[in-house]
Design a protein around this ligand. Structure first.
Ligand code: NDP
Ligand code: HSE
Length: 427
């Protein structure tokens, strides 16, 4: 008998409890390797709140007392860094294995928690932390453990992909699309984690730790959200043969460097990631010998995510029975973070300008002064709506940022719109 405790009965926790209690799944959940799973209790903030499909007798308001009842595996689907970190420490110090879907927590202190788990002979599994139902972390940790990964690039946030898809294909407004994503259970408790790319950045850190051995120690990485993207950028992208997606990227630079970043980008319609719509996620991995690989699936939503949590739970349960535990990180490449200012890309820059002679020349000369070469330019709108949209040649991030800073000071520039990287054959 494997005794299971859960913290959280929201979108993911509620779906997990329903899966655990579904009589038609009992045969799959109980096998010779795992024995029987017994749900001991579910900790929530408000035990008085009615919960569909959860016996009120299972609800608890204290993690420590739940652990005192005797728990072999603790599942954390509550979210947030504190007090969650404290709860997981309590469990791991007692040798209780932990399954979590919490990427914010893993990015903040995953290395420490993994060491604590190992010292105490426990498992720490977190498959649902990246890509919802997609089994990408296990693939990196085990199947690709011997491969030299060159790049991991993905659509790793369902909420923003849902919003951008709604804006692109259904002409929805940003706010309407966000409200729908929240109602469907895709968004974080504070949706700025999604739209400002904190969530995607945390997932990039987790992916990078498995692909490149970088530590999970609460480091900030380069991050840009989607709030500056307007429907005119979406329309420009479409005319030019691209679609805008929020990407998470971790890539090897030279022999010992790694670039880790989360930002919106224009992706050619012919790229496999361009066809990933709604709350679907996809992770594209380029291995030195394996070549390109891609995983696709529901990246957010309570029920799909709960399947990944359940897989981890069964893995931890089997390990309990066989008295072993897994080592959560498999590679230790010791790559160092490169200066993101030096990383190059093609860029799209949109600038709202005054509609009068000489403005184009003034704006173009700023690009030239910073060594940013223009590939093409489109002028649209007139009078108050006048806008210049540029595609650059490959340029350094630092030089494009300096261009934008100087453009913002020009008397003929009303405002700077979006500045997006453009994925081409070379990046
Ligand atoms: P919800 O906000 O829907 O649910 C959170 C649950 O945790 C609630 O039941 C809440 O209790 C409980 N809770 C929160 N804080 C505490 C606390 N301090 N002590 C006890 N219970 C607490 O979140 P989700 O289910 O959407 O997400 C849960 C986790 O899963 C997060 O880490 C999220 O990032 C991750 N995740 C979510 C995905 C999704 O699509 N939703 C996908 C992948 C990962 P109460 O109900 O009483 O308020
Ligand atoms: N808020 C997250 C997303 C949940 O939208 O992708 C899945 O991690």
């Amino acid at each position: 008998m494997i005794r299971v405790g859960v913290i959280g009965a929201g979108f993911v926790g509620g779906a997990l409890v329903n899966l655990l209690q579904d009589p038609s799944r009992q045969i799959a959940l109980v096998d010779a390797a795992t024995g029987e799973l017994e749900l001991v209790g579910v900790v929530v903030r408000d035990v008085a709140k009615p919960r569909v499909g959860i016996d009120p007798g299972l609800l608890r308001d204290n993690v420590e007392s739940l652990l005192d009842e005797g728990v072999d595996v603790l599942v954390e689907v509550a979210g947030g860094v504190e007090p969650t970190r404290h709860y997981l420490e309590l469990a791991l110090r007692r040798g209780v294995s932990v399954v979590t879907a919490n990427k914010a927590l893993m990015a903040e202190c995953g290395t420490y928690l993994a060491a604590l788990a190992h010292e105490n002979g426990a498992d720490l599994f977190y498959e649902a932390a990246v890509g919802g139902a997609i089994p990408i972390l296990r693939a990196l940790r085990t199947s690709l453990a011997g491969e030299r990964i060159l790049r991991v690039m993905g659509i790793v946030n369902g909420t923003t992909n849902f919003i951008l898809t709604k804006m692109t294909e259904h002409h929805a407004t940003y706010l309407d699309a966000l409200a729908e994503a929240q109602a469907l259970g895709y968004a974080e408790a504070d949706p700025s984690a999604d739209v400002e790319a904190y969530d995607a950045a945390a997932k990039v850190q987790v992916l990078s730790s498995l692909a490149f051995g970088t530590p999970l120690v609460g480091e900030e990485i380069s991050r840009e959200g989607i709030t500056a993207i307007r429907s005119i950028d979406v329309a420009f992208a479409r005319r030019a043969g691209y679609v805008i997606k929020l990407l998470g990227v971790a890539e090897r630079v030279g022999e010992h460097g790694v670039s880790r970043r989360a930002h919106p980008a224009m992706i050619p319609l012919s790229h496999p990631l361009a066809a990933v719509h709604g709350a679907m996620n996809a992770v594209f991995v380029e291995g030195e010998k394996s070549g390109p690989l891609m995983w696709l699936g529901p990246g957010a939503g309570g029920v799909p995510t709960a399947t990944a949590v359940l897989g981890d739970l069964l893995d931890a349960a089997r390990n309990r029975v066989s008295k072993r535990h897994d080592v959560p990180f498999s590679v230790d490449d010791r790559l160092f973070a490169v200066d993101e200012g030096d990383v190059t890309s093609v860029f799209y820059v949109s600038v709202d300008v005054l509609d009068r002679p000489g403005v184009l020349a003034a704006v173009a000369s700023v690009f030239g002064r910073h060594g940013v070469s223009i590939q093409s330019m489109e002028q649209s709108g007139v009078h108050d709506e006048a806008r210049l949209s540029f595609l650059t040649h490959h340029a350094r991030n630092r030089d494009v940022r300096a261009t934008i800073d100087e453009l913002a000071t020009l008397e003929s520039v009303d405002s700077i719109g979006a500045c997006l990287r453009v994925i081409d054959g070379g990046n």
